[in-house]
Ligand binder design. Structure first.
Ligand SMILES: C[S@@+](CC[C@H](N)C(=O)[O-])C[C@H]1O[C@@H](n2cnc3c(N)ncnc32)[C@H](O)[C@@H]1O
Length: 354
């Protein structure tokens, strides 16, 4: 457990994932926390084709959690030897998760080391009980576990003697230096600048200066926590993004796509390497949309399923947003989604049999 709401679990690629009891939602796919980040968020960016030529790539990672999307992006940039400077602004309202992120068993060693360099100054001692908890230790990097085992007797001094930074640095250098020796830390790791914004993302975006090339949106499922899927939130993101930029998300919801389009974006579908539908891309320029929405997706947006969330002052509670959404659905004259789907199926079956 990390707190009374959040617990660790292993995902199928061996990387650690999380589950939230209160929201009743997972943070990561059970098929693999890292795999999901690579397949749904990083691969669709077309880094080499679309961004490698830029002097600086500016990234906004909304709902950073324990950071798989940013870490997978960093690993890919390093692997592809892209020399651009990379600035990543991370938005997350749970400070502890951000602080734990460099230590998690994530199969992203280089990215974790880079992340640690940017984060260690904000790390507070209240993450120590989580790291030292026996039941949690299997979810941390082997180097962290080894270090804790070898320094068992020193734990309590960390809280009272303000030695936390020394402790963290020891862990860090323990595994970073190994990597230096093996030549695994790339010479350009200083090119990464990572800035955390720990607050409700709706407040944090008001403090950002914009110019983003890449936006990751990885909020909880819209119908469970609609806060970061409203029309007004997408309008704000549209203002913060470059003309040649992309926003990627795992969501395929018609309501989310409708809000994106209303905010001014072109929207398209994402497919994984097995050609399975795995999310949505939004961009200001059509050139970034490889697979546009088809007739079915567009039709769905015009039914009740396409009614988007609204949050006029970017400060409503999730309950208020959901209550307003349900009321607008009840009072709407739009076509029901089930009748649209039935009709669409019949129509396509007719076409197939004629
Ligand atoms: C699906 S998880 C994201 C997982 C994450 N990308 C990762 O790699 O671990 C959603 C995250 O959104 C955060 N969150 C929820 N509501 C938020 C809000 N209003 N502002 C900022 N972060 C929020 C949660 O704390 C959680 O970490």
């Amino acid at each position: 457990m990390i707190s009374k709401d959040i617990e660790f679990c292993f995902t199928k690629d061996g990387t650690a994932g999380l589950y939230n009891r209160t929201v009743d939602d997972v943070y990561h796919s059970i098929f693999g926390a890292k795999t999901e980040a690579v397949e749904k968020f990083v691969r669709p960016l077309g880094l080499l084709k679309n961004f490698a030529h830029k002097k600086e790539i500016k990234v906004l990672d909304i709902c950073f959690g324990i950071g798989y999307n940013s870490k997978a992006l960093i690993e890919e940039i390093v692997k592809l030897k892209i020399n651009s400077k990379v600035k990543i602004d991370i938005l997350e309202n749970d400070r502890k998760l951000v602080e734990l992120s460099p230590f998690i068993k994530d199969n992203c060693e280089i990215a974790s080391a880079i992340l640690f360099r940017s984060l260690y100054q904000i790390i507070e001692p209240d993450i120590l009980p989580v790291i030292f908890d026996k039941d949690n230790q299997k979810f941390f990097k082997p180097a962290v576990r080894r270090f804790i085992r070898n320094n068992k007797h020193d734990h309590y001094g960390l809280y009272s003697c303000n030695n936390l930074n020394v402790f963290l640095h020891n862990i860090y250098y323990h595994y970073v230096s190994q990597r230096h020796k093996k030549g695994l830390i790339p010479p350009n790791y200083r090119h990464f600048l990572i800035t955390p914004y720990i607050d409700d993302a709706r407040k944090s975006i008001l403090r950002l200066s914009g110019g983003y090339d890449i936006v990751f949106l990885d909020a909880f499922t819209p119908a469970k926590l609609p806060t970061l899927w409203s029309l007004e939130f997408f309008i704000k993101l549209f203002e913060l993004m470059n003309d040649e930029s992309v926003l990627v998300t795992y969501s395929n919801s018609a309501a989310v796509r409708h809000a994106m389009v209303r905010a001014g974006f072109f929207a398209g579908k994402l497919f994984d390497r097995n050609n399975r539908h795995c999310g949505t891309v939004a961009a200001k320029s059509k050139r970034f949309i490889e697979n546009g929405l088809d007739e079915f997706d567009k039709g769905l947006m015009e039914t009740k399923a396409g009614i988007f969330f609204t949050d006029p002052g970017l400060c409503s509670s999730p309950e208020e947003i959901l209550a307003d959404w349900n009321l607008r659905k009840q009072n709407s004259n739009l076509r029901s989604t089930s009748s649209f789907i039935k009709n669409y199926k019949n129509k396509t079956e007719e076409i197939c049999t004629t």
